[in-house]
Ligand binder design. Sequence first.
Ligand SMILES: CC(C)(COP(=O)(O)OP(=O)(O)OC[C@H]1O[C@@H](n2cnc3c(N)ncnc32)[C@H](O)[C@@H]1OP(=O)(O)O)[C@@H](O)C(=O)NCCC(=O)NCCS
Length: 414
Amino acid sequence: MSKFTFEEVKKALKLDEKSEIWEKDWELSEESFKFGELYFLEENYVGKSCDEIKMKPEIKKLILDYLPVFKSNIALQRLIWHCHYITFVIAKAKKPDIAAWPTEPLDEGMFFPLFFLSGIDFIKKHNAKLGISEEITIDSLVDLELWIIVYKEVTGKWGLRQKHWVANAFLGHIYKLGRLQFKFDPFFIDLNVYRNKKDRRIIVFPYDGIEFRKDGQFNGADKIRETEGIWKSKLEIKDGFIYGNFISPTGIATPEIKKIMQSEWDLILKRDSRCLSVHIPATGPMDFAQCGESFRRAIEFFPKYFPEYNYEGFFCDSWLLDPQLEQYLPAESNVIKFMKEFYNVPVPDAENTVFFRVFGKEQLDVKTAPRDTSLRRSIIKHVENGGRWRDTAFVYFAEDFNWGSQFYRKMWGM
Ligand SMILES: CC(C)(COP(=O)(O)OP(=O)(O)OC[C@H]1O[C@@H](n2cnc3c(N)ncnc32)[C@H](O)[C@@H]1OP(=O)(O)O)[C@@H](O)C(=O)NCCC(=O)NCCS
């Protein structure tokens, strides 16, 4: 059969110039492409794969119903083969490549879900080699279905946009251990975490010279840059002491300078430290005990299966850590109980993802937004009061695991 060039595929599928990222490796997948013979587009394979990763029947049906779109479409088959081949056969395409692939117009429809389903064997083998149970492998793939559902909630259509995120699961970058997911990530905030060698307390200082607002947020957080009331952090080591601005475990940076003796404290975390980021997939409520159990498992799992990674701590960056939620939600809310377990810290350039995660929209129209849950009512009320929401982060350490103890807050008398 004659070759189908990248230019021809690009034209046939009306892809924009972003798609040229595929061009450089196009020939690699040329020889092995067999039009009409892609096993992962066969009904049998697709049905079985959806069952294997425990997809809801309606999502499975949706994917199966999409298969005829490929039937006589040589360009689409050639492209999905290319994606499959460079990712799951020769493992040349990595997460940043997948993230850089064009999202539109392929996000609408089941192109990306079928691409990911074609990678089930790849991730199963990858994890089996490491000794990771198939149960964990399969559970970790739940993101595929979840992000198909989000696409529908946000656009009203079926498809998948978050290929860069779903790729984590299929490439072995993220593991779901019970309720929570854990992903290999460097720490991303300019702050130092110190631990006292004797009493094991921890304290968090921002780097030197960072501009904070009077509300204890990085100047520029939630896209607000203030000119009044701002202050600059100091971090100084002098005469055997470390001087720094105290960040309270409730996630607020303060102008208060604390002085600690250098010889008594270890620096245990800083920007780029090897960490595990924590994620809460939308699989239902985040039961507090289940979340604790996830941490217990993670503390066991990562040193056992990834001993060379030797992570230094956990962190999370999320809308649900915004300490302002405490003013609205009851103490027994899962979100509040969760937040209090950690040392919360502000986030530079903090975005506001709460509207998207709670209302499915980037912007909130308080007049029309639904008020059916206490969380939604709280978010609306705060905005009506002139308040702003912004994502907050936490740091957490395996050594401090004692779920339910609110260790860091108690440590600082909060
Ligand atoms: C994170 C999540 C599991 C928390 O849900 P939860 O365990 O029910 O949380 P809480 O117990 O604190 O809920 C308090 C109230 O808010 C409601 N609520 C929680 N999350 C909600 C959401 N995303 N949208 C609307 N309402 C929500 C609950 O139904 C409850 O309402 P009620 O008091 O009227 O009964 C849930 O918000 C979710 O699945 N979000 C999507 C995934 C996500 O945002 N992950 C974090 C990404 S960084």
